[in-house]
Design a protein around this ligand. Sequence first.
Ligand SMILES: *Cc1c(COP(=O)(O)O)cnc(C)c1O
Length: 397
Amino acid sequence: MSSKFENAEEWGDNTSLVHSGYNPRDYFGFVNPPVVHASTVLYPDANTLETRAQKYTYGTRGTPTTDALCAAIDELEGSAGTILVPSGLAAVTVPFLAFLRAGDHVLVVDSVYYPTRHFCDTMLKKLGIETEYYHPSIGADIASLCRPNTRLVHLEAPGSNTFEMQDVRATAEAAKAHGAIVTMDNTWATPLYFKPLDFGVDISIHAATKYPSGHSDILMGTVSANDRCWAELKEATVTLGICGAPDDSYQILRGLRTMGLRLERHQQSALEIAQWLESRDDVAKVLHPALPSFEGHEIWKRDFKGASGVFSFILKSPDASSYKLRSHAFLDALKLFGLGYSWGGYESLAVPVNLGDRKLSKPTVEGPVIRLQIGLEDAVDLKRDLEAGFAAAAEAK
Ligand SMILES: *Cc1c(COP(=O)(O)O)cnc(C)c1O
């Protein structure tokens, strides 16, 4: 696909989001790419077919629609290539399967997205691959955990639900010095607010289900690799038979066009609400990397360009026996905030957080932890909704 402009590398992120991935001149001038539904691709003659000497060869190996999305993601991530997979979780598991083999040792951050841990503890274990969890604050000390068979080090920052920051550059450099491949789940920040490949990560993982989709209606994952890892990653997806669906790819590309604007609003409202929560007596603590009171704030400020709209807070409660009662009373009183998993859509959501899976990085909490996704509603209305939650929690006995 031809590029529309010559100076694309000078663009700001929003310009890139609007113009990247597809040149309207490639398809009669229509602004958006066609949605190509395909298994078979026809060849003009037997020789071309036998040598597969044409751009598109089979539906699983890419179409103009999936190419447009992959090219747009590559521009954002600064990657050599991107694969599309059917969910954000598959965006973790597919590169793990691509690079790991029996006898390997994997280092995974303890504050990882829980389904990633589940995959490591069940499927990887069954395949003869050992997973060891490390503390998110480890930094260059990751070297002390690396063994001759440590093939992969996985990062996720901020951590799931409790938002621990990681020194990505220090961790990635030390891991690579030991010959490991470094993967990072970058779903929270999106490549607009953090570009893992610029910090020494080999493979950037994104649940496109979240902000790129933006409307709670698409499941997709993207995996973007640097030069060193791209060929092996691409080969693995072809081998596994995994590919992005045409309609979903189209919708994610559509979502990307407005992602920068949406994120600005998510960021602004989330920070406003986080500060407001922090000032309240009924809140013990707010876990949001952009708050100066947050432990990982300095790292966030140094390395990240922004904060998205998901964070947690601890609802102050007198004793552990009242945690569940209070948290449920709070959640059940919410009307604008829906109770449901995932995030990144236009609507606000709240969920109770379970830290039962943590081994090394279990924070001490003075009450139940509640995670909020701040949507695109007016912040004043969201605060009013949360007020009702606090009132109900105070009443709960
Ligand atoms: C949601 C999420 C995923 C998984 O995405 P799905 O599309 O729901 O499978 C992976 N990693 C992180 C950090 C997430 O928040």
